[in-house]
Design a protein around this ligand. Structure first.
Ligand SMILES: Cc1cc2nc3c(=O)[nH]c(=O)nc-3n(C[C@H](O)[C@H](O)[C@H](O)COP(=O)(O)OP(=O)(O)OC[C@H]3O[C@@H](n4cnc5c(N)ncnc54)[C@H](O)[C@@H]3O)c2cc1C
Length: 425
C-alpha cells in the first residue's frame, strides 16, 4: 500500500496523509492503523464529495479498488461485482457490451462508493430506482478493521444501513448489483427558453402520468457553475429505444414555446455527463438546500424560479422521481421518502466578494422557504455547512435505528468524515 507520507518521504505533520490500499485487506490494515494512532478516517473514491483530506486525519483512498466483474445471470439480468473505487462512467462502459446497465448518477467521474452509500439518484431512477435499489450485497471494512459481507442473508442490518446511511458504518469495498438489460436509451438536452414557471408546470403534469421509462432533470445554472454549461435546460432520458413510444409522452413538453433540441438514440454510457474533474478541486463555497417532495406544487415552482432570478450566482435543479423509486417500501433501506415524486435543489454560490451580509441573509430565508414541506433532504447533494443537522435526511424512526447501528458498528465514531450519525447512547 502506498502512502503520501511514505512515497513522498516525510510529509509534515500539518499536511494530510493519504493511503492508497490495493484491496480490502489493505483497507482493513489502514483502518486498524488509524485506530491505533487515534486518528479520524476520511474515505475518498471519486473525490466529488465535501470531505477532503485534512491534517490529523488518515485519508483512505479506495480508487485502486476498481474491478468490475460481470457475473452470473439472475432472474432480472446479471450480477455485477464492483470495487467501490471504480467510477460510474467506467461501470457503464464495462457493462455496455453485456447489454445491461445500473442506474447510478448522471456524471461519469462520480465514484461508485460515494454515490451508492447515499442512495444514488440517476438518469434511470424512475425505471430502475436508486443505485442502492439494485444492490444485492456488499463487502465492508468495519471500524474494528474486519472485512465482512453484508446482504439480506448476512449482517442484514448493516446492509440496510449502508443503503442511504452515508459512509457512517464502514468502508464499503465491493458492491454487488443486479444489472437489468438495457439495449440503449433515447437521450438529449432540450433548451428551455421563456417562462420557466409555465414550463415546469407542464413538465410536472407530464411526468405525473408518464411511463416510468421517462426520467427528466431540469437545471438552470449560471456561467460560473463548474458542473454544466450556463442556462436552463431539460435533460431527457428514456429507458429503451422506441422513439414512437416516447414521442407522444414528450409532446406536451416539446409543444411549449421556447423548448428546442433533439432526443436521440445513444448508449447509456454516452448519456452520462463527462465534465472534467480533479479530486483535489475544492468544493465551491455555497448556501444550499435540497428536498424530496411528495408534490411539486405551484408555490414551490414559483419560489424556485424567483430564487434563480433574484441571485445571479444561483442554481436550480430538479429531478423527477416516482416509478420504480416509489416501489420500494420506506423501511426497506435507510434512504428516506419513497413517496416523493420530485427532488429539488437550490444553491447560491458564495465566492468571496459575491454576496454581502444582507444578500446572504435574504438567500438563506428564501432557501428555508423552498425547503418548507419537504419529506426529507438528500445527503449526497447536501453541503455540510448549510445542513449541519443530519437528522434532516431521515424519518425519526430511521434516525433512531441508524444511531443504534452506528453504536454497534462504529461506537467511537471513527468514520466521521460524512454527514455524521452520532452513535446512540
Ligand atoms: C458533478 C456532480 C454530479 C453529481 N451527480 C449526482 C447524481 O446524478 N446523482 C446523485 O445521487 N448524486 C450525484 N452527485 C453527488 C454525489 O453522489 C456525491 O457527491 C458523492 O458523495 C460523490 O462520491 P465520490 O466517490 O465521487 O466522492 P468522494 O469525495 O470520494 O466521497 C464522498 C463521501 O462518500 C463517502 N464514501 C466514499 N466512498 C466510500 C466507500 N467506499 N465506503 C464508505 N463511504 C464512502 C465518504 O463519506 C466520502 O466523504 C453528484 C456530485 C457532483 C459533484
Amino acid at each position: 500500500m502506498s502512502s503520501s507520507r511514505e512515497s513522498g518521504s516525510a510529509v509534515p505533520e500539518n499536511q494530510p496523509e493519504i493511503v492508497h490500499p490495493a484491496d480490502a485487506d489493505e483497507v482493513a490494515a489502514a483502518v486498524r492503523r488509524a485506530v491505533e494512532e487515534g486518528r479520524p478516517v476520511i474515505v475518498r473514491g471519486g473525490g466529488h464529495g465535501f470531505w477532503k483530506p485534512a491534517p490529523g486525519a488518515l485519508t483512505i483512498d479506495v480508487r485502486a479498488l476498481a474491478s468490475i466483474e460481470v457475473g452470473e445471470e439472475t432472474e432480472r439480468g446479471r450480477l455485477v461485482r464492483v470495487g467501490t473505487g471504480a467510477l460510474w462512467g467506467e461501470v457503464a462502459a464495462a457493462l455496455a457490451p453485456h447489454g445491461v446497465a445500473i442506474s447510478s448518477g448522471d456524471t461519469a467521474s462520480v465514484g461508485v462508493g460515494g454515490l451508492a452509500v447515499g442512495g444514488g439518484i440517476g438518469l434511470l431512477v424512475r425505471d430502475r430506482g436508486l443505485a442502492v435499489d439494485q444492490l444485492r450485497g456488499a463487502q465492508v471494512v468495519t471500524a474494528d478493521g474486519r472485512v465482512v459481507e453484508a446482504s439480506a442473508a448476512e449482517n442484514a442490518e448493516l446492509f440496510w444501513a449502508i443503503r442511504g446511511g452515508g459512509g457512517n458504518f464502514g468502508i464499503v469495498t465491493r458492491l454487488d448489483f443486479e444489472a437489468a438489460p438495457l439495449a440503449g436509451v433515447l437521450a438529449g438536452e432540450l433548451t428551455v427558453d421563456g417562462d420557466q414557471a409555465a414550463l415546469l408546470r407542464v413538465v410536472r403534469d407530464t411526468l405525473a402520468t408518464a411511463p416510468r421509462e421517462l426520467t427528466v432533470t431540469y437545471m438552470d445554472v449560471p456561467a460560473m457553475d463548474p458542473s454544466a454549461p450556463a442556462g436552463a435546460r431539460l435533460a431527457v432520458v428514456w429507458a429503451g429505444t422506441d422513439e414512437a413510444a416516447l414521442e407522444p409522452v414528450l409532446q406536451p413538453i416539446t409543444a411549449v414555446e421556447g423548448v428546442g433540441g433533439e432526443v436521440a438514440r445513444t448508449a447509456y454510457a454516452d448519456a452520462l455527463s463527462t465534465m472534467p474533474h480533479d479530486v483535489d478541486d475544492p468544493v465551491p463555497p455555497m448556501l444550499s438546500v435540497n428536498g424530496l417532495f411528495a408534490e411539486l406544487d405551484d408555490a414551490l415552482i414559483d419560489r424556485l424560479v424567483a430564487f434563480r432570478r433574484a441571485h445571479a450566482g444561483s442554481v436550480v435543479f430538479l429531478r423527477s422521481l416516482g416509478g420504480a423509486y416509489g416501489d420500494v417500501a420506506d423501511d426497506a433501506t435507510a434512504f428516506p421518502a419513497r413517496a416523493a415524486t420530485w427532488f429539488v435543489m437550490a444553491v447560491a454560490f458564495d465566492f468571496p466578494g459575491m454576496l454581502d451580509d444582507r444578500e446572504r441573509e435574504t438567500a438563506r430565508t428564501e432557501l428555508e422557504a423552498i425547503a418548507q414541506g419537504r419529506l426529507a433532504a438528500y445527503t449526497n447533494f447536501a453541503d455540510p455547512a448549510s445542513n449541519p443537522d443530519p437528522a434532516v435526511f431521515y424519518a425519526p424512526q430511521v434516525w433512531s435505528r441508524l444511531r443504534a447501528l452506528k453504536a454497534q458498528w462504529d461506537p467511537r465514531n471513527l468514520f466521521s468524515g460524512n454527514h455524521n450519525i452520532p452513535p446512540a447512547g
